[in-house]
Design a protein around this ligand. Structure first.
Ligand code: MG
Length: 266
């Protein structure tokens, strides 16, 4: 862990760090350009399982932030990698959106619906704006039939355009309540699994990598658990007043007002 100097890889959370909704944080482009100039590697990492990696390449591109598909890590990708490594193949019933289905298919999983869903090997749950009683019914029956229940991320709500929106965790909780079964694994932060994918993808060691996030309970706790150098920025959900009383793995190594301030430190 140690110092910031000498870090060769930087993992950025997206919302609240790189952008807020569709608006880039002031100075983020300059910081990213500087990291690339000095030969550093970057990864953009999100707990959101709804979208494909291509979606984020386009979204960031639209804000003038150049990035490659290989530089994006999402929890839907994390679920697909987890299932592939552990179970190789099988049928999935998905409570989730197109980006999630796409990641599973790319790893060779068959995505099934309706009655066939009740006999799936896996029920994968992420945020689903088309969540219905019918989907919950299929998922419930599948889990009762022995399907493995995998959750993309734990976030119960998230800021939306017009107020709070329910997150994947709310759909996970519905299935958990109905079935009496807890997910076998929750892939997203604070589970370090996505950080592991990012660090491996950069070909670096953990002590060469810093993570930049705006949430204590996911970015900072997850990063500390995985022994990364953790940087908290105050442009998102955490405010300076929230820093009092942080203990142990909740404590970031460094607090910055914004990702813009990182440039001057590298
Ligand atoms: Mg965030």
């Amino acid at each position: 862990m140690g110092e910031l100097s000498g870090k060769k890889g930087f993992i950025f959370d997206l919302d609240g760090v790189v952008c807020i909704g569709k608006t880039p944080i002031d100075g983020v482009r300059e910081t990213l350009a500087h990291i690339r100039e000095i030969g550093g590697k970057v990864r953009f990492l999100t707990n959101n399982a709804a979208n494909s990696r291509e979606h984020y390449v386009r979204k960031l591109g639209g804000m003038g932030i150049r990035c490659e598909r290989s530089e994006v890590v999402t929890s839907s990708q994390g679920v697909a990698i987890y299932l592939k490594n552990r179970y190789r193949s099988g049928k999935c019933f998905v409570i989730g959106e197109e980006g999630f289905v796409g990641e599973l298919r790319q790893k060779g999983f068959e995505v099934v619906e309706g009655k066939e869903g009740e006999r799936a090997d896996f029920v994968a749950v992420g945020i689903d704006s088309g969540f219905t009683y019918e989907k919950l019914t299929i998922a419930l029956r599948a889990v009762k039939n022995g399907a493995r229940f995998i959750a993309a991320n734990p976030d119960v709500s998230r800021p939306g355009e017009e107020g709070l929106d329910p997150g994947a965790g709310a759909m996970v909780a519905a299935l958990e309540a109905a079935s009496g079964v807890k997910p076998e694994v929750v892939i997203g932060k604070p589970n370090p699994m996505l950080f592991e994918i990012a660090v491996k993808g950069m070909g670096l060691r953990r002590n060469q990598v810093a993570v930049v996030g705006d949430r204590i309970d996911t970015d900072i706790v997850g990063g500390n658990r995985f022994n990364l150098y953790t940087i908290l920025v105050l442009t998102g959900i955490t405010k300076r007043a929230d820093l009092k009383g942080l203990k142990g793995e909740e404590k970031p190594k460094l607090v910055l007002n914004s990702v813009a301030d990182l440039k001057g430190l590298l």
